[in-house]
Design a protein around this ligand. Structure first.
Ligand code: C5P
Length: 400
């Protein structure tokens, strides 16, 4: 189930040119199943029309505290009291100042003061206004009070100024909303989940490597789902062409040895490790400093040495829930079962290598000491969501 499904989101829109981007956010949240109540300031309506948000959310847009709909659902504090999350995007310097001062002179500020739900602010303003000591102090006051303030992006502003003050794009805001809802309601709240993804690349020379066909899709989808369920997520990724999920700590690596070094640190306080990466079993014994040249018709023999079994080694270090993957071309169950035992795992997820690596869909077989379960072939994003739910259920039993 999508973490946004059935959630009540109050979306406060302030007067900034970034307001036009928030129309897309309102649409995406609504399509994901959330009930989105938009409150616009007077200045916001100069940038985007209320009719836009009304059409996208299917709900009346609110503004004037003295002209609320008369169905009794929306009293002046009711919105805040009922909300699962309050989002202010774009948040202007003026709004940030009002909220930090605890003012309640209109519907947006009153809603924020009256809510117990988490509050997320996405500042958007001229870089100088964002860097002004008053704004810096207001932002730190809000953070100290437990509000989440998203760091604006650095870049070109609408008025051709370059600097820090751009509101992040709607998918990033959506990810932050998912993460915050997860941390408030989710089963992995307070947990650290480490996930590896993609394939490793083992250098032969400065331009060539030994790699595999892993795309990273499954691992990236698992990371997004773990974030939505409330976990602090570290995603350790081999090279991929994917956009990393927002609100996830990404560490990029190339080789198995680099992945191992990062993981030794990362699992220090991990609750769950999901070792989804396709780690190269072998690497060239030596990598040439210079590009290897052809010499006539002579062939080239590479001497390969085994990489360490990363998860097998980590398993001995401390107690945490360890999930491995087994991509097999033959004898799926027997091979996976062997790896579960040999590597000291709590769960192994087996799949047919040929029909899934680098492909958009996957069928999964889950094997642990309790038995065998399977998830039917489906797109990797939904397979990842179902798999993570299975992992959480087993982690909770393991932890109990
Ligand atoms: O390559 P193999 O099928 O043995 O991989 C099974 C599991 O072990 C996977 O979860 C993979 O990420 C992990 N692995 C590892 N270190 C290696 C090779 C694989 O941790 N050197």
């Amino acid at each position: 189930m999508d973490v946004l499904s059935g959630k009540k989101i109050v979306l406060g829109v302030c007067g900034s040119i970034a307001a036009y981007k928030v129309a897309q956010l309102a649409r995406d949240l609504t399509l994901a199943g959330a009930q989105v109540d938009v409150i616009m300031t007077e200045a916001a309506t100069r940038f985007v029309g209320a009719a836009t948000f009304q059409a996208l959310t299917g709900r009346p847009v609110l503004g004037d505290m003295w002209a609320l709909p008369e169905d009794g659902v929306v009293g002046h504090v009711a919105l805040g009291a009922q909300a699962d999350i309050v989002v202010v995007a774009p948040a202007t310097a003026n709004r940030i100042a009002k909220i930090a001062a605890g003012m309640s002179d209109d519907l947006m500020t009153t809603t924020i003061l009256a809510t117990r739900a988490p509050v997320l602010l996405a500042p958007a303003m001229n870089p100088q206004m964002y860097a002004a000591p008053a704004t810096v102090a207001n932002v730190s006051t809000l953070r100290a009070r437990g509000y989440t303030v998203i760091e604006p992006d650095d870049g070109r502003m609408a008025e051709h100024v370059v600097g820090k003050g751009r509101m992040p794009e709607p998918p990033v805001l959506e990810a932050e909303i998912r993460a915050l809802l997860g941390r408030t309601h989710g089963p992995l709240s307070g947990r650290h989940v480490v996930i590896t993804a993609g394939g490793t690349q083992e250098p032969i020379d400065p331009v060539r490597y030994i790699g595999n066909r892993s795309s990273g899709q499954m691992g990236y989808a698992l990371a997004a789902r773990a974030r939505d369920l409330g976990a602090r997520v570290t995603l350790v990724s081999g090279p991929t062409a994917l956009t990393p999920p927002a609100a996830v700590a990404l560490v990029r690596v190339e080789t198995a040895l680099q992945m191992q070094a990062v993981l030794v640190e990362a699992v220090g306080d991990a609750d769950i490790l999901i070792m989804n990466a396709a780690v190269a079993d072998f690497r060239p014994a030596e990598s040439s400093d210079q590009k290897i040249k052809k010499s006539g018709d002579a062939g080239l023999t590479l001497h390969l040495v085994p990489n360490p079994d990363i998860i097998g080694g980590l398993a001995e270090r401390r107690e945490f829930f360890k999930v491995g993957f087994a991509a097999e071309t033959n004898d799926l169950l027997a091979n996976a079962q062997g790896k579960l035992e040999r590597k000291g795992l709590d769960l192994i997820v087996a799949n047919d290598a040929v029909s899934s690596i680098g492909q958009p869909e996957i069928a999964l077989t889950l094997i642990d000491r309790g038995g065998v379960a399977s998830l039917p072939r489906q797109p990797k994003a939904t397979a990842a969501a179902s798999l993570l739910d299975e992992i959480v259920a087993r982690f909770e039993r393991w932890h109990a």
